[in-house]
Write a protein that binds this ligand. Structure first.
Ligand SMILES: Cc1ncc(COP(=O)(O)O)c(C=O)c1O
Length: 402
């Protein structure tokens, strides 16, 4: 594996060095396969961190984007266009939340939810300063979203951030019940924490969240940027825990690779907002909405949800079997096509060994190998990916004992 000198030297001169990139240059993709500039192929089990939900080069998405580019790309939110309402109608049907604000990323969706929660309490005449977030949470890098993100490394250099954020251990329902009060504007949860190590919330903790919000009136914000929109075989992962959020942040999968995020709001929260309270120049432009429409059509009408349910069960079973066979694996966590293997040691060598064998996965929370393949993945590719991952794990186990 090598990065062409021209690519690397140009980047090292002009790009802010914020990402520790894997040393390959990707140039093409088809379905679940990516190709680098040397023609080497990789099975894509990370899909741009849960973004290329329909795989690479999906014919309907490609055709819609090309058609929209020819027709009209962008008009701003100064004017109406025909597509925003259509996407919002579909999101409302899936979530039960009738109001959508469009933005361009997951962090912006969370940021919008934070502002909407604040605005809601302001309009009640009883401003509430507090937010309750969870240990191991990740909500994005804008100042509001990073204030709710647990990892100190992401927060500390940028302080002072939003005041009044309390972090609670998601294994401690009593701590949550104690932390949420009548000065809490909102509680924010990921039903399955992604960057935190693919950690599903327990049903007991979810019950405590529901109880605390009902008791105090605090709003519930579900961050479904990574775990939502079909990733687990369900429209939204929070619904599998019986949670009924007032605000939901989505992104990633929604555009299939075209940047689009959205904050979904209840009628009560939406009703508290008025012209000028929030906005985005690009938010919900024609290109983004056209891509989102294709994705949502595939998800619901195209049978993708049912497909993820089926292949997700296959991936779960295959990873459980792998975990039982490999001594360096502690456990498997996750649901559907959002899976993590927790290792006894740093996951980086396994990710590197997988790359050498032509499989793209990534490391999160230091010891977890994370898998987020395209939602369109077929049985045979699930089997191939898990076989390659097991070989990579075996390579590293062998190196360690050598
Ligand atoms: C749960 C969650 N929320 C928010 C974000 C931020 O999304 P973005 O990187 O699109 O801003 C992420 C990104 O990984 C995420 O996983």
């Amino acid at each position: 594996m090598s990065v062409a000198e021209d690519v690397q030297s140009l980047e090292s001169r002009y790009i802010l060095q914020l990402y520790r990139r894997t040393p390959i240059v990707l140039t093409e993709g088809r379905g679940v396969v990516l190709r680098d500039q040397d023609g080497r192929e990789y099975l894509d089990f990370i899909s741009g961190i849960g973004v290329t939900s329909l795989g690479h080069g999906h014919p309907a998405l490609v055709a819609a984007i090309a058609d929209q580019a020819q027709t009209l790309l962008h008009t701003s939110n100064l004017y109406f266009h025909p597509l925003q309402g259509q996407v919002a109608e579909r999101l409302a049907a899936l979530s039960g939340l009738p109001r959508t604000f469009f933005c361009n990323s997951g962090a912006e969706a969370v940021e919008a939810c934070v502002k909407f929660a604040r605005r809601y309490w302001f309009s009640q005449g009883t401003p509430r300063p507090g937010f309750v977030a969870l240990a191991h949470s990740f909500h994005g890098r804008t100042c509001g979203a990073v204030s709710l993100t647990w990892n100190e490394h992401y927060r500390q250099p940028f302080e002072p951030l939003l005041p009044g954020v309390t972090f609670v251990d998601p294994d401690d329902p009593d701590a949550l019940l104690a932390a949420v009060s009548e000065s809490t504007a909102a509680v924010i949860v990921e039903a399955i924490q992604g960057e935190g190590g693919v950690r599903p919330l327990s049903p007991a903790f979810a019950r405590a969240v529901g109880d605390a919000c009902r008791r105090t009136g605090a709003l519930l914000m579900a961050d479904e940027v990574q775990c939502g929109l079909g990733r687990t075989g369900h429209p939204f992962a929070y619904a599998t825990l019986g949670l009924e959020p007032d605000l939901v942040a989505v992104g990633k999968a929604l555009g299939g690779g075209v940047p689009v995020g959205a904050a979904l709001a209840s009628e009560a929260v939406g009703g508290a907002l008025t012209y000028g309270d929030h906005g985005s120049t690009y938010g919900g432009n024609l290109l983004a909405c056209r891509a989102a429409l294709v994705f949502l059509q595939e998800l619901v009408d195209g049978g993708l949800l049912a497909h993820v349910g089926r292949v997700g069960a296959r991936l779960t079973a295959a990873l459980d079997a792998l975990a039982a066979r490999r001594p360096s694996v502690v456990t498997r966590r996750g649901a559907g096509l959002m899976q993590g293997l927790e290792l006894r040691t740093d996951a980086a060598p396994v990710v590197e060994a997988a790359l050498r064998r032509g499989l793209l996965v990534n490391r999160t929370a230091q010891t977890v190998v994370r898998l987020l393949p395209p939602l369109t993945i077929a049985d045979a590719d699930i089997d191939r990916g898990v076989a390659l991952l097991e070989e990579a794990i075996a390579d590293v186990e062998k190196e360690r004992t050598a």
